[in-house]
Design a protein around this ligand. Structure first.
Ligand code: NAP
Length: 288
C-alpha cells in the first residue's frame, strides 16, 4: 500500500450494535424459556465522576438490551475486607449472573484481592486470575472485555493472525497482557512493549498488527506504522485522541480503528454478551 492510500476504518460502533442486538435477542429468549432475566451487578466504590458515568452508561446499555442491573454503591471509605465481603455475597446470590467491579478502586483498597472475590463463573468483565489463566491457556472462560472486543473486531475484518508479528504497547492486567495472550492463542508472534521498552519505534516498525493500549496521546507515531499493517488503538485520551497518531497512521495502514468509534463501543458490547452467556451457563442452558 502506498503512503497516499487511506486505511479502511474498523467500525466498532456498527459491530457493537450488532452484538448488542444479538445479545438482546438471547436475553429475551432466556426470559421466554425459563422466565429469568439476566442480571449484572455493578459495584462502585466512591464517587469518582468518570467511574459514576461509566457505571451509569453500562447500566443504561443493560436496560436497553433487556438485562437487569443491580447497583451497589459503596462509600469511598470502604475497606478491602468490606468490598471482598460484598463481592463474595454477590457471587453467592443466584439472582446475579455477572459482576462488574468498576475500577480503579481507591488506592487504599487491594484491587487484586477484590477482583479475586468475584466467582469465576460470574466474572463477565474478565478480571480474575482464573479468567486470565483460561484466556492464556485457550480454555473456556470470560475474556477481559476490551481485549475480547479487539479480537471480535479483528475477526469481523477477517484479519488472519497466524504467523503475523503483533506488537502490543502496554501491559496492564485488563488490557495489554490479556490482548497479547489472545493474539498468541491465534498464532501471532507477540511482542509486548511498556514504559521501560527501549526504541519503541523500531519495534513498531516491524509490526503487522499494532495494538496501542497506553493512555498517552499519539505515542505511536504514524510514520512508524509498517505499510499495510493493521492498527488497533485502544487508547482514549482527553479530546477524543487515541494513542496512535491517526492522521499519519491511516495513510500507511491497511485497517485502523478510529477514536472514538473503534475499540470503545466494543468493550460494553462484550460485557453485555458475556453477562447473557453467564446467565445461560448458570441456568444450564448453554455450554461455554
Ligand atoms: P494502564 O493500566 O495505565 O497501563 C498503561 C500501560 O502503558 C502500562 O503497561 C505502561 O507501562 C505502558 N506505558 C506507559 N508509558 C509508556 C511509554 N512511554 N511507552 C510504552 N508503554 C508505556 O492503562 P490501561 O488501563 O491498560 O489503559 C490504556 C489505555 O486504554 C487508556 O487510554 C485507557 O483509557 C484505554 N482503555 C480503553 C478502554 C476502552 O473500552 N476503549 C478500556 C480500558 C482502557 P508499565 O507497565 O511499564 O507502567
Amino acid at each position: 500500500m502506498s503512503q497516499t492510500q487511506t486505511a479502511r476504518l474498523m467500525d466498532g460502533v456498527g459491530l457493537a450494535r450488532r452484538i448488542v442486538e444479538e445479545t438482546s435477542s438471547k436475553a429475551a429468549e432466556l426470559a421466554r424459556r425459563v422466565g429469568v432475566t439476566p442480571c449484572l451487578a455493578t459495584v462502585l466504590v466512591g464517587e469518582d465522576p468518570a467511574s459514576v458515568t461509566y457505571v451509569r452508561m453500562k447500566r443504561a446499555r443493560c436496560a436497553k438490551a433487556g438485562i437487569e442491573s443491580r447497583h451497589v454503591s459503596l462509600p469511598a471509605t470502604t475497606t478491602t475486607a468490606e468490598l471482598v465481603e460484598t463481592l463474595q455475597s454477590l457471587s453467592q446470590d443466584a439472582g446475579v449472573h455477572g459482576i462488574l467491579l468498576q475500577h480503579p478502586v481507591g488506592p487504599h483498597i487491594d484491587e487484586r484481592a477484590a477482583f479475586e472475590a468475584i466467582a469465576p463463573e460470574k466474572d463477565v468483565d474478565g478480571v480474575t486470575m482464573r479468567s486470565f489463566g483460561a484466556m492464556s491457556f485457550g480454555l473456556p472462560g470470560f475474556a477481559s472485555c476490551t481485549p475480547g472486543g479487539i479480537m471480535r473486531l479483528l475477526d469481523e475484518y477477517e484479519v488472519d493472525l497466524a504467523g503475523q508479528r503483533a506488537v502490543v504497547v502496554g501491559r496492564s492486567a485488563i488490557l495489554g497482557k490479556p490482548v497479547g495472550m489472545l493474539l498468541l492463542a491465534r498464532d501471532a508472534t507477540v511482542t509486548y512493549c511498556h514504559s521501560r521498552t527501549t526504541d519503541l519505534a523500531a519495534i513498531v516498525q516491524e509490526a503487522d498488527v499494532v495494538v496501542a493500549a497506553v493512555g498517552r496521546p499519539r505515542l505511536v507515531r504514524g510514520e512508524d506504522i509498517k505499510p499495510g499493517a493493521v492498527v488497533i488503538d485502544a487508547g482514549y485520551n482527553p479530546g477524543n485522541v487515541g494513542d496512535v497518531d491517526f492522521d499519519t497512521a491511516r495513510t500507511r495502514a491497511r485497517l485502523i480503528t478510529p477514536v472514538p468509534g473503534g475499540v470503545g463501543p466494543m468493550t460494553i458490547a462484550v460485557l453485555l454478551a458475556q453477562t447473557v452467556d453467564a446467565a445461560s451457563i448458570q441456568l444450564g442452558l448453554a455450554g461455554r
